[in-house]
Design a protein around this ligand. Structure first.
Ligand code: ASP
Length: 438
């Protein structure tokens, strides 16, 4: 019985405990335990380093197949938009637009907060772990490099932009051919499931990985890691709040005239659900139901746009990735130019399409954003330690974005019943019959 109780500790809690324990252990190693061969070579650069790097390698292992499959599946879903004609095209444009705005906000907030300054990652990165950073290329080459001359080569080399282009083309064609290529379509859907399962398995190891990565970081650089990580967290949360309160509510008011606060109040239970599960996919039914019964959005629209949004529209994830880019660039002392920023806006928007609506996948697709501008992926190890709470927060924003865009498109297509939105809730069917009105 006792054992069962122990194993019920959720992954989130375990990662938090690992984070604190790792930090504490690192601080002890840094300040209390005197330098010796055992401390430096066996513990810090031996055990902590090997397990931490092993975990990073496992994460990297997932990237190419996971991104490829989920993008093919995402593009297949986009291909279906033809069936819904203008609704599909409109919602797609709003989804992409809000994601690009989200990344731009994140980059701005990141540059204001400067989360990575004061963190000398070069110290953490041991010479053996020197990460190959991609050579920077000119704008013209960057554009040309998007087209894969050898898709298999792109996969083997982890060239993410080329991989994305190829995956999108495959997905759109699969959607176009429909029944004729059902088997191949199903293959990708199922392989995507396999990769998702593998991600979950790797994530189960996260507490150990996080303990070692954080432990080594704090052992090497001591207290100076606290402030940058805190700033990074505040940066992500601030950008998420701006996206929700200014961008979404502004768009909602501007396009539909609906009262943004009432919308938030009505939609809050869905956000809370997304927050607690960190899974966009799981909130799909609740979101559709809430939009129908409390906001007045016809299910004809939402039953298509909400699942599509949960698959391809991840503004919160894109925000985390934008701030993470600034964090890593500053921590490694890498200067980013305008081309880099534009590349990040582009790749983070695409990464949002490639991020599945389940916990932690945003961290995996972050590797692709880092690769696109040649940032070392080591910084992800640090960020990972505090990612759970940010994952929960960004998931709430991810699904709010889907709901706001859906409401706007529904309004424009005459599928929004304002009477439902402004009706007193107790007169309406409750989404939560056993709960009091919010
Ligand atoms: N957990 C997020 C979601 O489900 C995805 C992520 O950013 O990891 O929307």
């Amino acid at each position: 019985m006792e054992k069962k109780k122990k194993s019920k500790l959720g992954l989130t809690t375990k990662i938090f405990i690992a984070l604190l324990a790792g930090a504490l252990f690192g601080i002890l190693l840094c300040y209390v335990i005197p330098a010796s061969k055992v401390r430096d070579d066996v513990i810090i650069n031996g055990i902590l380093y090997v397990i931490g790097q092993g975990f990073i390698r496992l994460m990297k292992m997932l990237v190419v197949p996971l991104v490829f499959c989920s993008l093919v599946c995402g593009a297949m879903a986009i291909g279906d938009t033809k069936k819904l004609g203008s609704v599909g095209a409109k919602v797609l444009i709003i989804y992409l637009f809000t994601t690009a705005v989200a990344v731009a906000i994140a980059l701005t907030v990141g540059n204001l907060i400067n989360p990575g300054i004061g963190l000398d990652m070069d110290k953490v990165k041991s010479s053996a772990a020197a990460v190959q950073t991609m050579e920077k290329t000119s704008m013209v080459d960057t554009i040309l490099n998007i087209i894969p001359d050898n898709p298999i080569g792109a996969m083997a080399n982890g060239n993410m932009l080329q991989l994305i282009v190829f995956a999108l083309i495959v997905g759109v064609i699969l959607a176009k051919l429909g029944k004729k290529t059902e088997v191949v379509g199903n293959f990708f859907t199922q392989f995507n499931d396999v990769m998702m399962e593998m991600t979950m398995m790797v994530m189960k190891l996260a507490p150990i990985g996080v303990f070692c990565l954080i432990g080594k970081t704090f052992a090497t650089i001591g207290f100076s890691a606290f402030i940058p990580l805190g700033k990074y967290m505040i940066g992500v949360l601030a950008a998420l709040a701006i996206q929700c309160l200014l961008v979404y509510m502004g768009l909602l008011k501007g396009f539909t005239g609906l009262n943004p606060f009432l919308f938030l109040k009505k939609f809050f239970p869905v956000m809370a659900f997304a927050f607690s599960t960190a899974t966009s996919n799981a909130t799909i039914p609740l979101s559709i139901d809430t939009l129908d019964k409390k906001v007045g959005v016809s299910k004809k629209i939402s039953s298509f746009t909400i699942p599509l949004g949960a698959t391809i529209n991840m503004d919160g994830t894109a925000i985390m990735q934008g701030v993470a880019v600034i964090f890593a660039a500053q921590a490694f002392g890498i200067h980013l130019n305008m081309t880099d920023y534009l590349t990040v806006i582009g790749t983070a928007t695409l990464a949002s399409i490639g991020t599945a609506g389940v916990p932690s996948v945003g961290l995996v697709t972050l590797t692709m954003v880092f690769n696109s501008i040649g940032l070392p992926v080591e910084a992800i190890g640090l960020i990972m330690g505090i990612d759970r709470i940010l994952d929960m927060s960004r998931t709430a924003i991810n699904i709010t974005g889907d709901a706001v865009c859906t409401t706007i498109v529904a309004y424009q297509n005459g599928a929004l019943d304002k009477d439902v939105f402004y009706a007193r809730e107790k007169d309406k069917n409750e989404v939560f019959p056993d709960k009091e009105d919010i």
